[in-house]
Design a protein around this ligand. Structure first.
Ligand SMILES: CC(C)(COP(=O)(O)OP(=O)(O)OC[C@H]1O[C@@H](n2cnc3c(N)ncnc32)[C@H](O)[C@@H]1OP(=O)(O)O)[C@@H](O)C(=O)NCCC(=O)NCCS
Length: 184
């Protein structure tokens, strides 16, 4: 695994601290956000997560960035009408042209001073793109706190697993095709 200092030394662009692009998006949930059970639709939360993560990826990479993948979207608690939802996002890790953005979703009653509870988490990969939609280099992220360094290391583990999973599935498909096994 490459540590962030080595990654920054190898990059063609100067590094940027995690704190430079960390962002919170807040939104009050209303009747138009509900599912058939009367709680907030998961897709509404996922849109906020993608919006917050996209803002972070754009700020960090200083230009357009597109969602390449979203994994480990976890819903811990239902979100209700009247909840003030805070979506906190930051760049956890950077590759050459991609970034992993980690997101925490918190909810509190809009009109009460009780503490917010964590209701979800997600990890998204964004690719920075140029005006033609081609991947472009991103500044290496420089984690400064122990928490950010832990998130960097955990993101590297997820990256390794993502690549291994994609490779294993591609190899299986190639093997099945070579054996003449075609999908129905
Ligand atoms: C994401 C996209 C730019 C990647 O383009 P590509 O030609 O496959 O380019 P690459 O293979 O060089 O990948 C670019 C980077 O993205 C990463 N990446 C690509 N697909 C990925 C995936 N499914 N999951 C995680 N990372 C991915 C690569 O690892 C690479 O990162 P690195 O440079 O840090 O190593 C391209 O697939 C795309 O435009 N997708 C549509 C994005 C979009 O419209 N999103 C909104 C959805 S509605």
């Amino acid at each position: 695994m490459t540590d962030p200092v080595t990654a920054a030394a190898q990059s063609e662009l100067p590094g940027k601290p995690t704190s430079a692009s960390r962002t919170t998006l807040s939104h009050i949930m209303t009747h138009s956000d509900t599912n058939l059970l009367g709680t907030v639709h998961g897709g509404v939360i996922m849109k906020l997560v993608d919006d917050a993560a996209g803002a972070v990826a754009g700020r960090h990479s200083e230009g357009p960035a597109v969602t390449a993948s979203m994994d480990e979207m976890v819903f811990l608690e239902p979100v209700r009408i009247g909840d003030l939802v805070h979506v906190k996002a930051q760049v956890n890790w950077t590759g050459r042209t991609s970034m992993e953005v980690g997101v925490r979703v918190l909810a509190e009653r809009w009109n009460e001073s009780t503490p917010a509870t964590q209701v979800g988490t997600a990890y998204l990969v964004f690719a920075a793109v140029d005006s033609e939609g081609r991947p472009r280099a991103v500044p290496p992220v420089l984690p400064h706190t122990e928490r950010d360094r832990r998130r960097y290391q955990e993101a590297q583990i997820r990256r390794t697993h993502r690549l291994a999973r994609r490779r294993a599935i591609r190899e299986l498909r190639e093997k099945r095709t070579a054996e003449g096994l075609l999908d129905d």
